[in-house]
Design a protein around this ligand. Sequence first.
Ligand SMILES: Nc1ncnc2c1ncn2[C@@H]1O[C@H](COP(=O)(O)OP(=O)(O)O[C@H]2O[C@H](CO)[C@@H](O)[C@H](O)[C@H]2O)[C@@H](O)[C@H]1O
Length: 483
Amino acid sequence: MKVLSVASEIYPLIKTGGLADVAGALPLALAAYGIHTRTLIPGYPAVMKAIGDKAEKVITLYDLFGEQANVLEARHDGLDLLILDAPALFNRFGNPYNAPHGEGYSDNWRRFGALSKAAADIAASAIPGWEPDLVHAHDWQAALTPVYMRFAPTPEKPSILTIHNIAFQGNFDTGIFPWLGLPDHALAVDGVEYYGKVSFLKGGLQTAWAVTTVSPTYAREIQTPQYGMGLEGLISARAHTVHGIVNGIDTDVWDPATDDTIVSRYSAHKPKGRVENRQAVGETFGLDNDDSPIFSVVSRLTWQKGMDILAAVVGDLVAMGGKLVVLGSGEPGLEEAFRNAARYYPGRVGTIIGYDEKLSHMVQAGADAILVPSRFEPCGLTQLYALRYGCIPVVARTGGLADTVIDANPAALAVNAATGVQFSPVEPWSLSHAIRRTINLYDDKKTWLAMQKQGMKSDVSWKASAGLYADLYKQLDLMVSKP
Ligand SMILES: Nc1ncnc2c1ncn2[C@@H]1O[C@H](COP(=O)(O)OP(=O)(O)O[C@H]2O[C@H](CO)[C@@H](O)[C@H](O)[C@H]2O)[C@@H](O)[C@H]1O
């Protein structure tokens, strides 16, 4: 089966968050199920540079939102890529979505509308000799793909839209509508219209044959007003086509037994190697060299991630004897709060503001625990990396965090099933309580080691979840009437 995946970022070429990891890892895992995926991504400078002269032009789109664009093909790290080379839209350095001062580009509707339109053209066999059986679009940036497919004159192919984060919807003024090249009747409740706006995500949710999100709990949560961000009615109405499939991780990239970005390699059988990594993390973040537990954060520093809640309890964490390392970037106020915490608690708190993939591996390999106090979390990948690296996840009981971490309650501890600590509600007092519980567990060395080993044994690979996607692809394919 041939699948066209459409995404605005993909690891290892361009990454701002978990979407890139999923877009990069799922095609590799699907290959084992007989699914051949080609992924359409924008030709940002980082992508063009990495591909170099490996790319070959396959088609030219002469009028893509008034621009001439080429679609190039290239293979990179086992991925079969289609690259939308449209310099007027994508030849911008830095973050793929935001201008240097941090605001979204004002023409993002045009940039990602073009990505979606190119994908729909490819679905309608624009590339000679390669026609996908199904299209899988990710997040709002690709969400107009099923809309274009629905309103195109060609027979519609099956489509899936995956929600990685419903908070980002791609809502724009209706003034853009005439430029999208959709028929007038697409600006309606069964098209892209959404409370007097044009919404890319809403349009995609309305028109995709199936909707998936990245954990079963989040699939239920987004059908409620608390988590649906206004789209709960539409998603509930389509509940029979909504699926929650938990993310996996690339267990080759994230393998403490072979990871050459960390100081010392180790495994569940030989966990001792963690000690040197722990030492290295302490030195990198300027921590006191003692046995007290190192808590960590590797995250966007945002409200979604509950980083304000963590900032409120740093004093408690230190008072309880813990240490904290923070690797992240995001909202300026939160960056400042963690910089200040490091100044205020020298030796106990270390902060590095920035995005550093290599250091994120070190933190997972050397910290004792990782804090993920998200207000909502569709799946979350950091806790999965943590499980694989023997770093105990301390997580809010929401979305994919609730689905992937087994809380160290007495029943789970008794049968050696616990892999982390969950807490709820997402409030400072409750996070403080979870930190207290974690320190108590850490002090009981035997229990701690058992939890680490249990976490490292958890199956966080893509194997099972890729199988669920493959089943869904096949079900949708069966719905197409074949001659
Ligand atoms: N400063 C830093 N330095 C280095 N690496 C950093 C970093 N800050 C973050 N990262 C990395 O970025 C990724 C973040 O992925 P998450 O899944 O945790 O959240 P994100 O909100 O981006 O993804 C959204 O999409 C994914 C994929 O579906 C869902 O899991 C998630 O719930 C949803 O919010 C991880 O690989 C993490 O290690």
